[in-house]
Design a protein around this ligand. Structure first.
Ligand code: SAH
Length: 464
């Protein structure tokens, strides 16, 4: 991190602005908004800036800059178009250890202005560390449209009841749960809809009667196949509320990053043969943590209910009366197919698609091969890499053509995605040739041919 974002309390503090033009005016406005006492020095100061200085109780010094101007100032802004003067101001300020910002010259700055979304008291600052201010501004514009202006009122509502709630719940965890409830429930809905009075009434009622319970909860969250962009809003929201996160090997580090920073992270990874933690222990751990009153996110690759053993976990939770929610995720089949340009069904080529586990028990197969050989059916094998030679030969033996197109998608949807296409006859050979490893998804069916036809479609190939 090049710059640490901090929010500066400037109320009543003196800030020096060197320069009297447009840019000085823009910065001065921000500073005055933050309650700073302006000292503006320049041989000439524009009318608007002069009015601002007067109305905010600042001082103007109509001459060239001199080092004494720095006296008593807690922040220095150099906003002139004279580069050597700007450098001089920066050097003087640094020598005195006072934070300095030189407009449009990141190298001369000890502090920089972020792009700001102001929903006071809620303020969002976006910075590219001076490298790409336009990008920061574009992000700000997105946030502006995404965060309703009334959000500030929501923060204002919280501010009015902060102390009361703090006294009511000395325990931080309870307090956080209380506010999360407020900000995501009917109270926030009312406030954002402009019904402040009603929001306040509901909040009072909540404070008086409805103490948050101590019981924990478990969220079984599908994290999708790898690309963090494929998370659902709900998944992200719950990940950011979690006290503890249990995750396994399939969950990409970039996704784990999005969990609440101070949440405990517990790896319960599953290797194919060597399960890091037996499933029963994971189930038990979920119950124990929830009973301690924690909000537990069980983060799973793809969708929790597709070869994810989510069913077993919630059975255990239900047996212990622990509340839970299940959040669907994009399963590997959907993610990989989309990012590899292979539609899973197609009017002309495949009227159905079947998700099959390729995990063979004791090296043998008990799959219903007869049902898998229809040419109009796409097959998607999860965990099919080890058993691939058997899968391919059994499909051929039971009547699926050896020429049936097939694809291997390794680490689908991630930056490391690799796709290899061939036929049932040569797929195992491709694995050896290209050293394909887990996690890899196998897609079998005529639809694989469409990948070549769709190759022009850039988006579908973005990370291949
Ligand atoms: N619940 C998960 C599947 C878990 S089984 C889901 O819905 O996707 C694990 C298997 O999923 C892996 O062996 C592999 O076959 C497949 N898989 C998961 N993520 C994958 C990815 N990003 N790329 C390719 N295959 C993946």
């Amino acid at each position: 991190m090049e710059f640490l974002p901090l929010f500066h309390n400037l109320r009543g503090a003196r800030v020096l602005v060197v320069g009297g033009g447009e840019i000085a005016l823009r910065k001065s406005r921000l500073l005055a908004d933050a309650g700073a006492v302006l000292r503006v020095v320049a041989p000439a100061i524009g009318t608007e800036l002069r009015e601002l200085i007067n109305s905010s109780g600042g001082e103007q010094i109509l001459r060239g800059y001199s080092e004494v101007d720095l006296d008593d100032c807690v922040l220095i802004i150099a906003a002139t178009d004279d580069e050597s003067l700007n450098a001089q101001v920066s050097a003087d300020a640094r020598r005195r250890g006072v934070p300095v910002n030189v407009v449009d010259a990141p190298a001369l700055c000890s502090v920089i202005f972020p792009a700001i979304v102001d929903r006071s008291p809620l303020v969002i600052a976006v910075s590219s560390g001076g490298d790409a201010p336009v990008l920061a501004r574009l992000i700000r514009a997105k946030l502006e449209t995404w965060i309703p202006p009334t959000y500030g009122h929501l923060a204002g509502l919280a501010a009015r009841f902060r102390h009361q709630v703090k006294n009511l719940f000395p325990n931080v965890r309870q307090r956080r749960a209380f506010w999360e409830d407020v900000f995501q429930g009917p109270i926030a809905d009312r406030q954002l809809a402009g019904q402040g009075g009603e929001a306040e009434r509901l909040l009072r009622a909540k404070i008086e009667g409805d103490a948050p319970s101590d019981a924990g909860e478990v969220y079984l969250v599908g994290a999708g196949p790898g690309d963090p962009d494929l998370l659902t809003f709900k998944a992200l929201r719950l990940m950011q509320q979690a006290d503890v996160v249990l995750y396994d090997r399939l969950v990409a580090p970039a996704i784990l990053e999005l969990c609440r920073r101070d949440a405990d992270r517990i790896y319960v990874g599953k290797q194919r043969a060597d399960h890091a933690l037996p499933q029963e222990q994971i189930n038990q751990q979920l119950v124990t943590l929830a009973k301690e009153g924690k909000r537990v996110v069980r983060l799973k690759g793809g969708d929790p209910f597709i070869f994810g053993r989510g069913g077993e976990e919630i059975e255990e939770l239900a047996a212990h009366g622990i509340p839970f929610q299940v959040v669907p995720g994009i399963t590997a089949a959907s993610g990989c197919a989309a990012y590899a340009g292979i539609p899973l069904t197609h009017r002309d080529h495949a009227q159905s698609v079947r998700f099959v586990t390729g995990h063979l028990k004791n090296g043998t197969t008990d799959l219903p091969w007869q049902d898998l050989v229809s040419p109009a059916q796409t097959l998607v094998f999860y965990m099919g890499l080890i058993g691939l030679p058997i899968i391919c030969s059994e499909l051929i033996r039971h009547g699926r053509s050896a020429d049936t197109p097939a694809a291997l998608i390794q680490q689908g949807t991630t930056m490391n995605q690799r796709v290899f296409t061939g036929t049932l006859a040569n797929l195992p050979q491709l694995v050896a040739e290209h050293e394909v490893h887990a996690p890899t998804l196998v897609i079998v069916g005529e639809v694989v041919r469409l990948r070549d036809k769709l190759a022009w479609f850039e988006g579908a190939q973005a990370s291949v």
